[in-house]
Design a protein around this ligand. Structure first.
Ligand code: AMP
Ligand code: GLY
Length: 418
């Protein structure tokens, strides 16, 4: 089979790497890809900008199926465009992708299908929002309705910061439209988990659980990033938590999709909060996580192509996904300054590593050298039967990767050690 992957991050590199090891896969095109996908077996980067060009390419090359990595093209309707031309594509259509594209819509959906989530109110009027902030309890969480490059969620400790945030979103319009509508919701205290799933609209299967580390500094301090590292499985996702997640969140979501006639074929990534009062759904993502995917796929024994094909054929009911009996850790190496401003164009020097897999996030191949091109540059995933060994080996080998201004968290998965 020939496949086309859309995206340019570590997640797409991990997807390409996993598929490249599968016998059924003959050729993998990645648009635009990065310096990692450029070097992977069976892979070739192509650079096509419009859906029209991608569709033409998929037809011409007789691509068997296309996988969409990031949320933007899904929210903008790439799946609808491919399907209208009779092409196979893995991911939700525009209607399904709105579960990530609009937080207000996602909350309405959760409420309608009695999915356990934080109490909330939606506002489109600044005055009414400010009035609500006078009366409510703190801390409170303010969320821009649309996608805001991961910066649209602010936890406000007091009335003043709440009002400032609301004005930034609704009046100053810092997210260029995405914050004109806001969700204000109850603050939940607990530990977070990322649970990725795959669905064909009839059946939904959870992947192994994962734990992201969102804040930039050790000890979960500093601003939120796309993710600084992941451990897998998530030690807080006990059997009991998984059972509650399935009953109160995952299964009612599938039921809702069916009733709403949303023909969802793809991944739903549930961001959950495990609290003393049980498991709550924070958000839906309609794609795989990054760097969750880099930690999860190395543990997946089943062929990813088998899972995708059976999803596209609405046959997931007959599939079981097998996992290695191991744990993994992924640590992200960033450019100093990320998630704010950072320098690009630094040459990356990689001495041979003893174990693990390097996934490229933001680096390109220039004159046969890897050069930084993004805030999150690359990550290393190591797996082992014993999580503590995996962690030690990961941090030892990271020191073999060097570039000017490299920064990474030193405490990924540390709590598990204690
Ligand atoms: P979201 O994009 O909705 O997942 O929000 C981004 C991050 O904000 C989450 O990963 C949490 O760390 C935090 N967050 C979101 N909603 C809440 C909430 N209701 N209570 C506490 N923290 C939250
Ligand atoms: N790592 C979080 C995300 O992919 O949204």
């Amino acid at each position: 089979m020939k496949v086309l992957i859309i995206g340019s991050g570590g997640r797409e590199h991990a997807i390409a790497w996993k598929l490249s090891k599968e016998d059924d896969i003959e050729k993998i095109y990645v648009s635009p890809g990065n310096g990692g996908t450029a070097l992977e077996n069976k892979c070739e980067n192509i650079s096509l900008n419009s859906n029209k060009d991608l569709i033409e390419f998929a037809k011409k090359e007789k691509i068997d199926f296309t996988i969409v990595g990031p949320e933007e093209p899904l929210i903008n309707g790439i799946v609808d465009d491919f399907k209208s031309k009779g092409l196979k594509i893995f991911g939700p259509d525009k209607k399904g992708a709105a579960l990530e594209g609009s937080k207000a819509y996602a909350k309405e959906f959760m409420e309608k299908y009695e999915i356990k989530t934080a109490k909330y109110k939606t506002f489109i009027n600044l005055k009414e929002g400010l009035k609500y902030l006078e009366e409510t309890e703190y801390p409170i969480v303010i969320k821009a309705d649309g996608i805001a490059a991961g910066k649209g969620v602010i936890i406000c400790r007091d009335k003043e910061s709440g009002k400032d945030t609301l004005r930034d979103f609704m009046e100053k319009d810092i997210f260029k439209g995405a914050g004109k509508k806001v969700v204000i919701e109850e603050f939940l205290e607990g530990v977070e988990a990322s649970i990725l799933t795959v669905t064909d609209g009839k059946t939904i299967i959870p992947f192994i659980s994962a734990k992201d580390h969102k804040q930039v500094y050790d000890g979960d301090r500093g601003p939120n990033t796309g993710g600084m590292g992941v451990i897998c499985p998530n030690p807080y996702v006990t059997e009991e938590v998984m059972k509650e997640f399935k009953e109160k969140i995952m299964n009612p979501t599938l039921k809702g999709l069916k009733i709403e006639n949303i023909n969802f074929i793809g991944n739903i990534f549930f961001g959950i909060m495990i609290t003393k009062k049980g498991v709550y759904l924070l958000e839906y993502n309609v794609r795989m996580g990054d760097p969750e995917t880099e930690a999860i796929l190395p543990l997946m024994r089943t062929n990813l192509s088998t899972i995708i094909i059976n999803s596209l054929e609405e046959n997931l009911e007959n599939i079981t996904i097998e996992w290695e009996k191991e744990a993994s850790i992924n640590v992200m190496l960033c450019s100093e300054g990320y998630p704010k401003s950072y320098k690009k164009g630094k040459i990356i020097e990689i001495n041979p590593i003893d174990t693990g897999k390097i996934f490229i996030s933001g680096a390109i191949l220039k004159d046969n050298k890897l050069v930084t091109s993004g805030g999150r540059v690359l990550s290393l995933t190591v797996k082992n039967k014993n999580f503590n060994y995996a962690r030690e080996e990961c941090y030892e080998n990271i020191n073999k990767i060097k570039f000017n201004g490299v920064y990474f968290r030193k405490d990924i998965g540390k709590k598990v050690n204690n």
